[in-house]
Design a protein. Structure first.
Length: 264
């Protein structure tokens, strides 16, 4: 996943509101959202190749999502980042999850990642590029992309133009997605979904771009054919503390968001 948008403690009716696109190889098998695990119950899609996930939530009210982090270092990638997200979703709180990630990155060298963990009381951004940085996010709107988050971007030397463009797109999205007076969580969520499918932001990437159209989608051109936005997720808490999850099984510019039903 390469884009994660969150509104945390912005709306009284929904303290956690997230919208995310997953970018991945088009031929990598994946399972749509369902019950990933029990005790605690984890609702998430999952990668059928490595077995992990890139986004999900659990019965304790914890939400987690990961993006790749573009870095110049060549890390060992001893363990899948998706398995780390799955481990995180076994925790009872965002704070406990952050402590677990600190222990796990002491034990394994992962490939670069930006990992966001949220519950109603805490929101944390954990950035890994061979060393771990942990930041407490303030209430508000945040946009996480491959080069960083919230105007703290690190552009890799290997991708200078695409990295700068991605950072600028994230800045524009944050400005555009500031809550409007009296706006409720559901309406804001739809605006976030619109940003995820808007090619002007570069968040919706297509691996089937032609040479003529690639200038409008530099991220796809840089990644090469066979890579693009595979799915999109909209998750938010409701007034009863439970979650609403809608999932687009494909790029959101082409695929409709459908409710995820995990009722027994």
């Amino acid at each position: 996943m390469c884009t994660f948008i969150v509104a945390w403690q912005v709306f009284p009716d929904a303290p956690v509101v997230v919208a995310a696109n997953r970018d991945e190889a088009l031929d990598r098998p994946a399972h749509p959202p369902g019950v990933y695990a029990e005790n605690p119950r984890i609702v998430a899609p999952w990668d059928e190749e490595a077995g992990g996930t890139w986004i999900g939530y659990n019965d304790h009210g914890v939400v987690a999502a990961v993006t790749n982090r573009w870095i110049d270092a060549d890390l060992a990638a001893e363990r899948s980042r998706g398995l780390l997200v799955a481990d995180v979703l076994e925790r009872e709180s965002a704070e406990e999850a952050a402590r677990f990630i600190e222990r796990s990155t002491d034990r394994y060298e992962y490939d670069g990642f930006n990992l966001v963990v949220l519950d109603e009381n805490a929101a944390l951004l954990l950035e890994w590029d061979g060393r771990l940085r942990v930041e407490n996010l303030d209430p508000g709107v945040h946009v996480v992309v491959n080069v960083g988050a919230d105007d703290r971007y690190e552009i890799p030397a290997a991708r200078p133009e695409v990295g700068e463009r991605q950072a600028e797109n994230a800045r524009r999205a944050i400005e555009k997605l500031q809550p409007e007076p009296g706006e409720r969580a559901e309406a804001w969520h739809e605006r976030a979904a619109t940003a995820l499918r808007d090619h002007d932001y570069g968040f919706c990437v297509h691996g089937d771009v032609t040479e003529e159209s690639s200038a409008d989608q530099p991220e796809a051109n840089a990644s090469g054919r066979g890579f693009g936005t595979r799915s999109s997720s909209l998750i938010r808490t409701e007034s009863d503390g439970k979650f609403t999850y809608r999932f687009a099984d494909g790029p959101p510019c082409r695929s409709e968001y459908e409710p995820v039903d995990v009722q027994v």
